[in-house]
Design a protein around this ligand. Structure first.
Ligand code: ZN
Ligand code: ZN
Length: 213
């Protein structure tokens, strides 16, 4: 929950001087809201891509301060390396940053998770995004199609097994296909519809190294 001191996003904005870090909007918060909602003919961004955008702004600011090359492509690839699952890749990047006088562990700690970004937009900024638009319909439809295809295939396989006498009662049963998402860091498992509705899979592990609030 945001406090008087603000959330972790606000703290990062203050600590790294990100108030004016949006190249288009006069304040970072305005920029975040506009990018999230898709104002001014932008394509609306989801929490995950917005969080990445924000964290990269933060990284770029740190690079500028330490005289490290901060071209977009460099920041992108460094960010990927810092977030890599491969420990060696991560360690190398941390070393490379520290050669430029950057405390990478600290920077990583100050980066935000997408749960934090969600709270910042919805609670700190009182943001309200328009409900699902047609643009997101096709994703729902393909999930439906995937489920239907899985159901049909299972049905055919089961009826073949029944013919072979390996299973009974297929005729009088029905198949239910549910797509589940599981967190890679804990036993959390939720149905896909729930994840889409709440906007995340696992509250605790919504993004790797950065802690939430
Ligand atoms: Zn906030
Ligand atoms: Zn988890």
């Amino acid at each position: 929950m945001p406090t008087d001191l603000g959330c972790k996003v606000d703290a990062a904005v203050k600590r790294y001087g990100l108030e004016s870090a949006d190249p288009v909007y006069e304040s970072i918060d305005r920029g975040l809201l506009a990018r999230w909602k898709g104002s001014d003919d932008r394509t609306p961004m989801g929490y995950r891509s917005l969080t990445e955008w924000f964290n990269k702004r933060l990284l770029k600011r740190v690079y500028d301060e330490h005289g490290r090359d901060s071209l977009g492509a460099r920041v992108d690839s460094d960010y990927e390396a810092l977030r890599s699952d491969d420990e060696l890749v991560r360690e190398e990047m941390i070393e490379s940053l520290s050669a430029d006088g950057i405390d990478a562990e600290r920077v990583l700690e100050d980066m935000v998770s997408y749960g934090t970004m969600r709270n910042h937009l919805q609670e700190c900024l009182n943001g309200d995004k328009a409900p699902q638009t047609a643009e997101t319909e096709w994703e729902r439809e393909s999930i439906e199609v995937a489920r239907e295809v899985a159901r049909e295939k299972a049905e055919r396989a089961l009826s073949s097994l029944e013919t072979k006498g390996q299973i009974d009662g297929v005729e009088s049963s029905s198949i239910e296909v549910q797509i589940q998402l599981s967190c890679e860091s804990c036993p959390t498992r939720i149905p896909l519809e729930v994840a889409v509705k709440q906007g995340y899979v696992c509250e605790t592990h919504d993004q790797t190294p950065a802690a939430s609030h």
